[in-house]
Each structure stands twice: as structure tokens, then as C-alpha cells.
Design a protein around this ligand. Sequence first.
Ligand code: WAQ
Ligand code: MG
Length: 265
Amino acid sequence: MSDQYFSLRMRAERDGEHCGGGERIATPAALAALAAELVARAVDRSGGLPDAVHCTIERLRGEIPCGRLPDLRTWLAADWRDGRRVARSLLLRAGVAGVAADAALAGLAAGAAPGGRVMRGAMIVDAATGARLEPDAARGVRVSRMDLAPAARPAILAALAAAGLGHQRVVEALVLAGKVLAAPALVAELCWSDEPGYLPGYVADPVHGYQRIVPLKAVGDGRGGRALFVRRSAYRADAFIDFLERQPLLFETLGAIRAPESWRD
Ligand code: WAQ
Ligand code: MG
């Protein structure tokens, strides 16, 4: 279906800091309700009201490619420190150097934007050295213009819910990671939420898919973010950022889902 879709993007901020967002793709008929849903999400936050809510709606032109979501598995950790060790091991397995994994883990834990704030988007990290490559360390790169294919959405949500994975954060993170894993030069992604009460995070890589880690942070911690590790030799900033921010992608198929298990080095 061409020319029948719109991109909706919302991001909210408070005290100059990112405090929530959403990226969806909708048919014209679903547009108004979805916009209302995203705005409601921005003002209905436990952490307090936002200072600003930015909402952008844009028509998408041309055919939108359809893909398959990454396989999903869950690694159970003893506590958040153990979870960070699991994340480090998974990053190394994906081809990220120890120095780069450590730099990104420390950066997300401290707040990766200037002044120790939470970034609005993701940092881009050289997988060999840990060097930060994103043009703007406060904004980062915003992965957007991706969603479940509307026709496939109900079945995918039902299957995830049946596996105990129906939480909106899981769905959105799985879709975002699915787009990230399709980016050129991508080695792995590391993520955990800035929401103080949401403790799972994930490491995603093209071979092992979306690997949840529970927990990956301490209760009450309002620091979170995303790190996209890239192979510097193949990395072209323009192509990488354009793909993640501008090229639309829909997902119409779920990957394999494995039962939770414990990670052993
Ligand atoms: N593009 C790039 N970075 C983003 C985006 C985006 N569209 N949206 C958010 N971020 C960055 C930003 O720095 C946020 O502070 C951080 O990621 C976390 O965003 O399987 O909920 O929306 O149980 O809080 C992962 C685990 C949940 C889900 C992640 O992220 C599961 C989550 P949040
Ligand atoms: Mg958030």
C-alpha cells in the first residue's frame, strides 16, 4: 500500500530533559485517535507534567518495506549489577570491545547528555574504541518511522501478550530494535529505560536478536538511554542516521520467542 500512511512522532520534555516519546505509523483513519493517545501518554506521567510536548505528523510517500521482528529471549539476572554484567557479556559476544561496552554502560548510567542528563535519542558508539560518534550529544539519533504493520498488529500483540510480553514498552522497544538491527554497520544495541520504575533493558544484535535482561537497573533510577555500536570501517554517518531517522519500516511478522533463562558466562 503506497501513500496511505502517516508517521506520528511525539516527544515530551521537562526541565530541558527528555521525559517520554513515541513513534508510530498510522493509516489516515487511525491518525486522530493515535495522536490523542500519544499526547495523553505525555501528560499522564507519574514523574510530573511535561514542559513541552512535540508532536509531528508527516505523510509517508512510496512503498514502505515490511520486515520480520527480531527473535526475543529473556535473561534473568540476580540484581541490576548482575544484569549489567550480563549486558557486558552479550555485547562482547556480539563483537563489541570491552572498552566500548564499559564506556557505553558507564555513559548511560551517568546520563549520556552534557551535564549528566538523559539524551533525547541514542548515542552512536565505535564498537572497537568506545568513541562517541553522534553529531549532537544531547539529541543523539532518534530512531523513528517504524511500527508494526497495522494489519498484523492485533495478532502480534496477542502473541506477545500470551507470552507475558504484552507491556507497551516491550512492543515499542522490540520494534525500535528491529529497525536498529537493519541499519548498515550496526554491531549491537544496548538500552534501558529512563522510567524509574521500569527495570528491564536489552542488548540486541543481528545474530541473537532482542535479548531482554531483567533487571538491568536499580529501582528509582531515572537514568536510561540507548547506545548503538557500529563497525567504524563500514560506518557512514549520513547513511546510518538517514536510515534510522527517515526511512520508514513496518514489521508484519513476529520472531521466535524463548522462555526466560539464566545467563552463565
Ligand atoms: N530513538 C533513539 N533513542 C530513543 C528513542 C528513539 N526513538 N526513544 C527513546 N530513546 C532513548 C532516550 O535516551 C530514552 O531516555 C531512552 O532511550 C529510553 O527510552 O523488553 O522503555 O522509552 O522489557 O524509556 C526496554 C526493555 C525498555 C523493554 C526501553 O525506553 C522490555 C524503554 P524509553
Ligand atoms: Mg522513557
